[in-house]
Each structure stands twice: as C-alpha cells, then as structure tokens.
Write a protein that binds this ligand. Structure first.
Ligand code: PRX
Length: 653
C-alpha cells in the first residue's frame, strides 16, 4: 500500500526536449500515427513491419495463425535466419563498422567489426556442425559476459540450433537441471573468468554438472578466458580456439521457418521447477528490432550499452540480437559497476563513448549510495538516452538518474517486460512521451495491455488497479514452455478461463492519464537485484539440507536489491539457539548458494518451532511477509493453528 501511495503522489512530469524530439525516429505525431495504425488493424500492423524490417529468405503469407490459441504462431510460412538478419545483411553497407566494443573485468579491450564478427560466428557455426550439431539440437551456453557469448548465440542461430543460456552465477546443480530439461547435445563454456576481481569457475561447474547426470551432452566447447588450469576431458572437451582454427569463415545460414525455436531461457515461476521459456525466430526478432528503434531510438552513430548479462533475457534481446539486427555498435563489459572502484561504470561509459545506457534500478540504487563524486569525475557528455529495466524503479532513484547522470536533460525510458514477452512491452518513447518518475508509461504500438479485477473483468475506468494483462497476441511472445505446453496454457492463459488474456503475474495501477505503474509480482516470485527467483525453488533448496524440516521464503523490501530473500526455517530436532543457530545459518546460506547460486542466498534466516499455518495446513505467507518487514501484526491470526508461534517468528522468543 505504501508503494501505491508514493506513486500516486508522484506528480512530476518530464516532457521530451524539443532538441531530442527533432532528431528522434519518433516524435509525438509519428507515434500517434503508429498507434492509430496498430489500433485499426493490429495484425496488419505487425505484418507490414515484419515485411519492412526483417530479411526473409521466403516471404510469409500467413501473418497470424490463431487456430491453436493460445499457442499463437506468427509469419508461419516465412523463412528467415536470425544470424543473417544480425550480420549478413549489414556486410554490404556496414562491414567495417564496429559491431562490438568490449572491455574485460581487468580493463583489456577489443573490438570486432561486423565483418570480423561474421567471420568468427561462421567459424564457430562450422565448428558446431563438425561436432554433429544440427537444426533443432539444443546447445547450452554457460559463459562469461564476453563477445564470445554473443558469437555462440549467433552461431547456434545460424545453423538452426536452439541455444539455452544459463547465467554464470547459477550453481552446477542449477546448470545440470537446465541441461537435462533441455536435453542439450553440446555445452559451450569457458575455463573461467574474472568478475569484480574474483575468478568465476565456469568449467569446474560444468564438470560437476556433467559428472552427476546430463547424459545427452556429447561435447563441451571451452573458451580460454581466465587461462587458469581446469580439468579437461580430452575425449569430450574441445578448446574453442582449436575448434575454430580448422574452420572456414563462411557458413551459409540455415533458413528456418519463422516459428523455429531460436532459444530457450529458463526462468522462475511459482513452482520449484524453472520453466524453459521458448521463443520463436521471426516474431522474436521483429520485437527485438522494433523496440530497439522505437524505445532506444537507435541511430547509426550510437554506442549502445545494455549492462545486462547474456544470461538474462535483457542480454538476449538488447545485447545478442536487437541492436545487431539494427546494425548498431554495442558495448559489452565483463565486470561489475563498482570494481576496482566506485567510478568503474562511468569510466567505461566515458572511454567507449557510450551514447545510450540501459541498466537496472538495483545498479542505479547501488551507485546512488556512493554519491555524486564518482560520476562527476568522468566525461559523460556523449550520453543522450538512459534506460531502466527489471524491476520497479522508485521515484528517488529515477530522480537521481535524471539529475546526476542525465544532467536533467536526458530522457529516461523505464521499460517493462518479461522473459516471456521477448521484448519491451511498455515504455516511454523518448522523443514523444512525457515521463513520470516510476511509471513505465504506456504500451508500445501494437501491444494491448489492460487492468482486470479478480474475475478477469476489465476495469472500465482509466484509473484502475488490478492484474496486468495483455489482451492480444504479439509477435515476440513466448510460444510455449519447453516440454510442458500444459503448464504454458495454465500459467499464462489459465487464470481467467474463457477470457483469453495473457496474465503477466504483475499487479499494476493505471493513473488518470492512462500511465501504468507496475507494483510487483502477485505470484510467489521474488525480484532480487533484478533477478527473478521462485520462493519454492529456494524452499526446496533449504529442505534438501539434512537439518531442515520445513521452510517458507518471502521477500523483504531492500534498499539496494529491491527485494531480499527472507527464510523461515523449522529444523529436525530442537530449534537451534545461540552459536549453533549462527553456525547453521551460515551453513544454510552456503547450501542455497550451492544448490541454486549465490544470487539466491537468503539475507535473513529465522528459526522457529513451527511455521504459521491455518488449520487446513496452508502457510500464511501474508503474515510472514509482514513479519519479515518488521510490521506490527494487525491481521487476524485467530485461524492459526498455533498463534503463540508469532512472537518466535518475530525473533522475540
Ligand atoms: O515484475 C516485473 C519485473 O520483472 C518481471 C520480469 O522478470 P524477468 O522475466 O526476469 O525479466 C526482467 C527483464 C525484462 C516482471 O514481471 N519488471 C521488469 N521490468 C520492470 C519490472 N517491474 C517494474 N518496472 C519495470 N520496468
């Protein structure tokens, strides 16, 4: 409620500057015209964009096939290739343009032109073919955030293989589960890499994952990055550089049907098992491409820096595919914002002449805490546009971004979207939309959002609060959950039977101007530092520890992370106290780190004799959330099986 209050009181409005609008791809009038076209004929609108913006080997005639709804299919009889769209089509006009600028954690730099990138991607694609990878095979990438990760994505796309990237911060156990679910034939990894000065043991984790299962994996391609010694299985493992040395730098793209899966990306939901979100080729690419042009106003001279790791969807759409499909120059940075010092991000932005900077609120809040001096030391005058993604941005962080980084001049695009939506769904258009701090403003042209009540009924008034839904299919939407179409239908379209609404899982408020304010998840999903985590996953990790009998995990508001993990745990045997409790607490945090990854480690763990349950056995999560926040308990606890447990949960007894 306090969140709702604070955004409702937010009255500031920042119209785009005349200077920005004059040069932008879209100004107010052009945006209005696009919206009108989309309203009139949504399917025809996307068809026209797809014809003009995607290079098709075989043009499509069917635009939208909804005969199997909600398994929508777009541009079904068209054939294309994502890598050809990102690379080949620029070779004639932009072969010598820099595609990727790179800076490593330790400050090493390198650039690749479109021609050079194309050659490397072709070599790797040929290398993968030589290992037996063919169209439709799954390849798992567990890689550092370096250009080779983009090359690996592009190489898979080039031969019609389906990549599935697992973020390098996930543990070997999480990696194993994802490899097994996807049935991957090949894994591409690196020996290790440096992040914030620490070595990330990628190959070691792959070795562990493969020694405990993953029977489908035939080969492991290993990029030499850290150069430290790693255990190498000569029969199974092959060095990236040795594989590429033998290959031709030409590889014809495999022309795939538009619906051919481009990638899987696992994300958390409300059960313990992550979902393999499956994206298509043609529709996804169109969403990635158009949103880059509309939202980031990408121009030929831009240097676009999206700070997201390739392991997350933002790193797919706004590092690996979208900007390259536009022929833009991107920057990739391997490190972290504040290492070796508080000015690193700003130094990187300065040194590479970054013009568009896209990051997460958690990073903004962390940098904001370090004060105004670090950014003031660097020349950020090339910046022309700022973006935010991954979680609600609080007005205070928005204002800091606007004032200190944007010098009160630069537009900020707060972009709302999800792994499932493939591309940005709601965002200001920087040359056209007046922004309000904390609001992602309005849906993009061709995207139809609404607010519904608990029965799935649209709320008629403009000003409304409730569930955020998308009312019409869009090209970049997920196609299914890998291996579990029923779960796809149930999770995203099953909440309001018969209504055919995509339910995003977020609650929202729409103000009197029709601007959307995302309030956060309404399911059991946490957003920790912009990383999506299922409470059930963390609970399963906790109960897999021999001392734990039961666990309940909730989110607690956190100044920098947005939300942090708070776990209530009951133990087998007596409740641990004093030193024993401290020791177990540390052990459990490490255990979760090992089971899922460091990103899921609880900040708080509280031991109690019981968890608060209703007489029907349901854990009262709302009560736990209040306790985690340290709130006064005002809710009715008379239905609790054991009301006396409350003070223990509060840490008082
Ligand atoms: O709750 C919303 C939040 O992040 C969720 C999606 O997480 P994920 O699939 O990991 O994708 C993150 C990057 C696109 C959403 O359901 N979210 C994302 N962007 C915003 C946001 N919440 C508020 N404002 C945003 N701009």
């Amino acid at each position: 409620m306090s969140n709702i209050q604070s955004v409702l009181e937010e009255k500031r409005l920042f119209p785009p500057s005349a200077e920005f609008s004059a040069k932008a791809r879209l100004d107010k009038d052009k945006l209005a015209a696009l919206r009108a076209e989309a309203e009139k004929d949504p399917v025809g609108f996307w068809a026209e964009l797809a014809r003009r913006n995607i290079a098709w080997q075989t043009p499509f005639r069917t635009v939208l096939d909804d005969s199997q709804a909600p398994n929508y299919r777009w541009f079904t009889d068209g054939r294309t290739n994502a890598s050809a769209n990102c690379l080949d089509r620029h070779l004639g006009t932009k072969g010598d343009k820099i595609a990727i600028r790179f800076e490593g954690d330790k400050g090493d730099t390198k650039t690749w032109t479109y021609r050079a990138l194309h050659a490397e991607v072709c070599k790797l694609a040929n290398g993968l073919k030589s290992l037996g990878v063919t169209k439709g095979d799954r390849v798992v990438l567990y890689m550092p955030h370096t250009p080779e990760a983009v090359m690996a994505m592009q190489a898979c796309a080039r031969i019609g293989a389906v990549h599935s990237i697992v973020f390098g911060g996930f543990s070997s156990g999480s990696l194993r589960d994802r490899i097994e679910d996807a049935g991957a034939k090949v894994v591409i990894t690196a020996d290790g890499n440096s992040r914030g000065g620490n070595i990330i043991e990628l190959k070691k984790a792959v070795n562990e994952a493969l020694s405990s299962g993953c029977k489908s994996v035939e080969k492991v391609v290993v990029l030499k990055r850290s150069g430290h010694d790693v255990a190498f299985d000569a029969k199974r493992d092959v060095w990236w550089h040795e594989l590429l040395a033998k290959q031709s730098s030409n590889c014809d793209p495999e022309w795939v049907e538009s619906e051919h899966p481009l990638f899987l990306l696992y994300t958390s939901g409300s059960t313990g098992k992550p979902k393999g979100i499956q994206h298509s080729t043609g529709g996804y690419l169109l969403g990635a491409h158009m949103s880059c042009l509309w939202v980031f106003d990408l121009q030929d001279s831009d240097v676009f820096w999206c700070t997201a790791d390739v392991g997350w969807v933002t790193g797919h759409t706004y590092v690996g595919y979208g900007p390259l499909s536009c022929g833009a120059t991107i920057l990739m940075f391997e490190g972290v914002p504040t290492w070796p010092d508080a000015g690193r991000f700003w130094k990187v932005a300065q040194d590479h002449g970054v013009t568009i900077f896209y990051t997460a609120p958690t990073a903004i809040r962390a940098l904001m805490k370090l004060g105004e001096e670090p950014p003031a030391k660097y020349d950020l005058s090339k910046l022309r546009l700022l973006g935010s993604v991954g979680e609600p941005i609080n007005p205070e962080a928005w204002m800091w971004y606007h004032r200190v980084i944007g010098k009160e001049k630069l537009p900020i695009v707060d972009t709302w979207w999800q792994t499932e939506t493939g591309a940005i769904m709601m965002s200001p258009i920087p040359g056209a939309t007046a922004t309000k701090p904390g609001s992602c403003t309005q849906p993009l042209p061709g995207i139809f959002a609404d607010v519904v009540d608990e029965a799935g009924e649209a709320i008629k008034s403009v000003e409304a609060g409730g569930y955020l839904v998308i009312t019409k299919p869009w090209p970049a939407m997920l196609r299914t959950i890998w291996g579990d179409n029923e779960r796809y239908i149930k999770t995203y379209f099953g909440q309001f039977p018969g209504k055919n609404l995509y339910v995003a899982g977020d609650s929202t408020h729409r103000d009197k101007d029709g601007y959307y304010w995302i309030m956060g998840r309404i399911d059991d999903v946490l957003n920790v530092s912009g990383h999506r985590l299922g409470t059930m996953e963390i609970e399963s990790a906790l109960v897999s520890h021999p001392r734990v009998a039961e666990a309940a995990v909730v989110g607690r508001p956190h100044e920098v992370k947005g939300e942090s993990v708070f776990a209530f745990v009951t133990c087998k045997g007596a409740r641990p106290q004093g030193e024993e409790a401290d020791k177990l607490l540390k052990e459990l945090r490490e255990h979760v780190g090992k089971e899922i990854g460091a990103l899921a480690k609880p900040d708080d763990i509280r031991f109690s004799d019981n968890l608060p349950k209703t007489r029907s056995g349901k854990i009262m999560r709302r009560l736990l959330r209040s306790i985690a926040k340290g709130e006064e308990i005002t809710q009715d606890i008379s239905t609790l099986e054991n009301p006396a447990i409350v003070s223990q949960l509060q840490g008082k007894a």
